[in-house]
Design a protein around this ligand. Structure first.
Ligand code: SF4
Ligand code: SF4
Length: 685
């Protein structure tokens, strides 16, 4: 049943050479990317690899993830069987049967079990795609439900069937004496027992060649198909960002330099490697609020377009020639954002090119990054392309012009006079932060200082701080915007100026502890400002409230039952970007609130309010409204109140409630809930 070793050796060498050539062609293009250190620390990276690849952490969190888990582990284990198979084809004497019998028999049993499991799982995977595919496998994506997926699944099935058939023939012919350890093959052999030895030899030889040829064709398909992730997922998880991907590197403002990314070779090598690791599973698309509400952004498509752009332009770029396919839709082409008409359609773009409508649709919520099983970082790529649009071409939705001017000139999004920053405190005795005397700087933020609704939250927090005897002060008119929206929108230059000014001021005043009301200020000061030298401890008010309650410094007067059932909405910038999930929930519980239950999309799977990534300052002409989608979900819990921890969420959810004619449902910040509990108990309780 063994082939002629010489014939097979020639086939094997040709197949391996073709595979190596394909890999060389694909992977050398990665070197076009810019430098980035993603090699250290080794320990943490190995751990990430163990968790995400071998543990399949994010894969198993989804329905049918177990199916992939089984296929993955079968693949790993059967690599040994397939390696032996290929080697034995060249040197028949080299076989696992030379191992001590118990070990050999154990391996045979394991191979049988995993071959059977793989066969069942692959058949299930095919049936799922054919008969009950989830929506995200079949919508808004260039290569959805491609024939390639079926071809690969068919290959794996053929490999398993050929494996069993080959061994069944060997057992039936009496060539394999360890049949007792091969239950599936032995069962099949029993079914073949009436065949003549010649027929068994012929079937066995055919099975051997089918197995060998499918294996080698499969190997050669890997670097040229979506199944390239079999080669790249493991290193991609090793190279994953160990920081939160919302924190982008600073721009290098060297004279004559290019800022942001407008050409595929301006990405780093890791960004390019990411595009090779996509398994096209559609998870990112499924959780993206923009895709979900019918906008032209699909994170899976963004990653795919980067890969296609690299494959199309890479050979020319390698020869230092100009790329033919633009990475970003060129200026002058009609976009729905530019048209500014409700319901306007986005202009189609070529495969390999990202539409500007798509790039401006991102709320930087991070859901795509959080869910990707192979640790692809979509969000930073979108922001890098925005940087190029803003900084190199001054090309952005026109409503952002006011925002940029207001930020630059008045350091707040509305362009309100800085002297009005402390007006919220008109009826309170608020002290300015004093170097060496005040413990906490209360960084109020623009919404907390200027927005009529959010000023109530600021007053509530100030009242609580006083009630708990905290030493705190504000900067008043000297406070400047943290620059979060600018950074996410790609206006890095003004962000940089503001960040430097803020850090300088904090350092001059000796600020060591900062309280923020807004998760966007929190995340920017805590994470982004590290690159500008800020070392102060930054704490979100929900964390401080939890701490004050835990330490007994804050004594509440009654449980807030009068609010009715409360549903909590996670802010992306507090939760996903900073892993703060429990603090606000613990505070709510300590305040005696009755829970209306957790929304189906909560914690790291929470659904954005639609305002992050600078979307707060832009019109939402494309698709349906993100805040309405979220509000409907929250209202399905029939809450008396919705609790938030972010001024943007407050605005978006209140707006959504108005649209849904559900204004009776209150929206309260967590500080307002606590302030309510601080008041004397209502009469009769
Ligand atoms: S960050 Fe959020 S909005 Fe942007 S692509 Fe990812 S999931 Fe979509
Ligand atoms: S980017 Fe990640 S989550 Fe999205 S389709 Fe590719 S592998 Fe799946």
């Amino acid at each position: 049943m063994q082939p002629n070793p010489v014939v097979f050796s020639v086939i094997l060498i040709v197949a391996l050479a073709c595979f190596a050539w394909s890999c060389y062609q694909r992977f050398r293009l990665i070197l076009l990317g810019g430098p980035e250190d993603r090699f250290r620390p080794v320990g943490a990276r190995l751990w990430a690899m163990l968790v995400y690849v071998f543990g399949q952490k994010r894969v198993v969190q989804r329905p049918y993830g177990v199916n992939h888990f089984i296929i993955f582990w079968s693949f790993i284990i059967l690599m040994l069987a397939n390696g032996e198979f290929l080697i034995k084809g060249v040197v028949p004497a080299l076989s696992l049967s030379r191992l001590p019998a118990p070990l050999y028999h154990g391996l045979l049993l394991v191979f049988e079990i995993f071959s059977l499991l793989a066969l069942i799982s692959v058949t299930l995977g095919m049936a799922r795609r054919l008969f009950f595919a989830p929506e995200y496998l079949g919508t808004s994506y260039a290569k959805a439900r491609s024939g390639e997926a079926f071809l690969i699944l068919g290959f794996i099935e053929s490999l398993m069937i050929a494996y069993f058939l080959l061994h069944a023939c060997e057992i039936a012919l009496g060539h394999e004496t360890a049949g007792a350890w091969m239950p599936v093959s032995a069962l099949l052999a029993a079914g073949l027992k009436d065949l003549s030895p010649g027929a068994l030899e012929a079937i066995g030889a055919a099975a051997w060649w089918i197995h060998a040829l499918v294996l080698l064709v499969f190997l050669n398909l890997l670097p040229r198909s979506k199944h390239m992730h079999i080669l790249t997922a493991l290193p991609n998880c090793y190279f994953k960002s160990l920081d939160k991907p919302i924190v982008l590197p600073r721009e290098n403002y060297a004279r004559g330099g290019a800022f942001g990314v407008a050409r595929v070779d301006q990405f780093t090598w890791k960004d390019l490697f990411d595009s090779y690791a996509c398994a096209e599973c559609g998870r990112c698309q499924d959780v993206c609020p923009a895709t979900h509400t019918g906008k032209p952004l699909n994170p899976r498509q963004v990653v795919h377009d980067i890969k296609i752009n690299l494959l199309k332009n890479g050979p020319a770029l390698w020869k230092k020639q100009a790329p033919a396919t633009p990475l970003i839709q060129p200026a002058g082409e009609a976009t729905a954002t530019a048209v500014h008409a409700p319901g306007a359609a986005s202009a189609p773009v070529a495969e390999g090119t990202n539409s500007t409508d798509a790039l401006w649709s991102c709320t930087t919520c991070g859901a795509c990054v959080e869910v990707c099983p192979v640790c692809i970082e979509h969000l930073p790529k979108i922001v890098q392309m925005r940087r190029s649009l803003v900084e190199m071409e001054s090309r952005f939705p026109e409503e952002l012009l006011n925002l940029f001017e207001n930020m630059e000139q008045r350091s707040n999004p509305w362009g309100i006079a800085p002297a009005d920053r402390a007006k919220w405190a008109a009826t309170m005795d608020i002290k300015p932060f004093e170097a060496g005397k005040t413990e906490y700087l209360f960084y109020v933020g623009c919404a907390g200082a200027f927005d009529a609704r959010n000023k109530h939250v600021t007053v509530a927090m100030a009242t609580i701080l006083d009630a708990a005897g905290v030493s705190w002060g504000i900067l008043g008119r000297d406070e400047k915007c943290c620059g979060d929206s600018l950074r996410r929108l790609g206006n890095e230059y003004i962000f940089e100026t503001m960040a430097q000014a803020n850090v300088e001021q904090f350092q001059k005043l000796g600020v060591t502890k900062i309280i923020t009301l807004c998760p966007h200020c929190f995340s920017t000061l805590k994470n982004d400002y590290r690159a500008y030298g800020l070392k102060a401890e930054v704490i979100h008010h929900s964390q401080l409230l939890e701490q004050l309650l835990r330490e007994g410094k804050l004594k509440l007067n009654h449980g807030v039952k009068e609010l009715g059932p409360v549903v909590f909405h996670d802010s992306c910038y507090l939760g996903r970007h900073n892993d703060v999930y429990d603090a606000p929930r613990n505070v709510l519980a300590a305040s005696g609130a009755t829970t209306a239950g957790e929304p189906a999309r909560s914690r790291d799977n929470s659904f954005c309010c639609g305002a992050g990534g600078g979307r707060m300052w832009m019109e939402e002409h494309l698709g349906s409204r993100i805040n309405i989608d979220r509000v409907r979900e929250l209202l399905s819990h029939k809450p008396g109140a919705i609790c938030v921890t972010c001024p943007y969420c407050m605005t978006m959810i209140e707006d959504g409630l108005k649209d849904e004619k559900a204004e009776k449902t209150r929206v309260l910040d967590i500080a307002e809930v606590v302030a309510e509990a601080l008041r004397p108990a209502p009469a009769g309780r």
